[in-house]
Design a protein around this ligand. Structure first.
Ligand code: KIV
Length: 285
């Protein structure tokens, strides 16, 4: 019987134009999230550096380290999801040298990731080649790359000018040629994402890149409405867990204050004979 576990070769073969279904990817940062994603039939879990913003309360993704990412990757891997586990290399873990890049990526693989993702196009080529040489599969990430938000002057849609759009196509081809098994396209116009997707044979995974990619990825807390302060226009909220959580916690607090919680069925009891003995003991005291 074929294993249900998703693998890198299975993902790299999932090109929509060859009749394959689109890939569904979601971020997850802990075991319950990974279990839910697996039970929902999600293809890939990205243990994203977005954990910095949606879980750890930072204002950007630059604050998390390779140790943080390994910690969350281990939590996801312990759930043994059927989904492919993608470990996200954080800022400064693949910028200093090829050696450091490989060592840091190995941390995520040892933590349970099956591959790593890193941001950037051609200029990351030496790092990508070294990772692939070390048998670590790589997912690329081009377009709006949040780790470069200072350079970009904010979280801005990329590739709006024809020349920049051509550069993205070139980057995607270079990443494919280097051996990446798929590429995230973030925050780029629909037509540009479509052109990139048509130009390469590995699957593209879009986020804010329109419907013509080979798959889509959303951040867990955005999709479930756990993060309700701000939603970029590409986010679709499938439920409102934050509001439901606040309602449930308010009801709990009210029940505690009124004495309605816990009730008799929610409490442990002594057997009759022990209650009697305890009563006698109590009366002696
Ligand atoms: O960290 C993350 O969540 C990501 C996605 C936005 C692709 O990199």
């Amino acid at each position: 019987m074929a294993s249900a576990k998703m693998t890198v070769p299975k993902i790299s073969a999932r090109k929509v134009r060859t009749g394959e279904p689109a890939l569904a990817m979601v971020t997850a940062y802990d075991a319950p999230g990974a279990r839910a994603a697996s039970e929902a039939g999600i293809d890939m879990i990205l243990v994203g550096d977005s954990v910095a913003m949606v879980v750890l309360g930072y204002d950007d993704t630059l604050q998390v380290t390779i140790d943080d990412m390994a910690h969350h990757t281990r939590a996801v891997a312990r759930a043994k999801p059927d989904c492919l586990i993608v470990g996200d290399l954080p800022w400064m873990s693949y910028h200093v040298s090829v050696e450091e890049t490989v060592r840091n990526a190995a941390e995520l693989i040892r933590a349970g990731a099956q591959c790593v993702k890193l941001e950037g196009g051609r200029k990351r080529l030496p790092m990508i080649e070294a990772l692939i040489d070390a048998e670590i599969p790589v997912m690329g990430h081009i377009g709006l790359t949040p780790q470069s938000f200072h350079t970009m002057g904010g979280f801005k849609v990329q590739g709006r000018q024809a020349e920049a759009a051509m550069e993205l196509i070139e980057d995607a081809k270079v990443l494919q040629h280097a051996g990446c098994f798929s590429i995230v396209l973030e925050g780029i116009p629909v037509k540009v994402a479509q052109a990139v997707t048509e130009a390469i044979d590995i699957p593209t995974i879009g986020i804010g890149a329109g419907p013509h990619c080979d798959g889509q990825v959303l951040v867990y807390h955005d999709l479930l409405g756990i993060e309700d302060r701000f939603a970029p226009k590409f986010v679709r909220r499938y439920t409102d867990l934050k509001a439901q959580t606040v309602d449930a916690l308010s009801a709990y607090a009210a029940d505690v204050r009124s004495g309605a919680f816990p009730n008799d069925e929610e409490s442990y009891h002594l057997s009759d004979d022990q209650a009697e003995a305890f009563g006698l003991y109590g009366s002696e005291g």
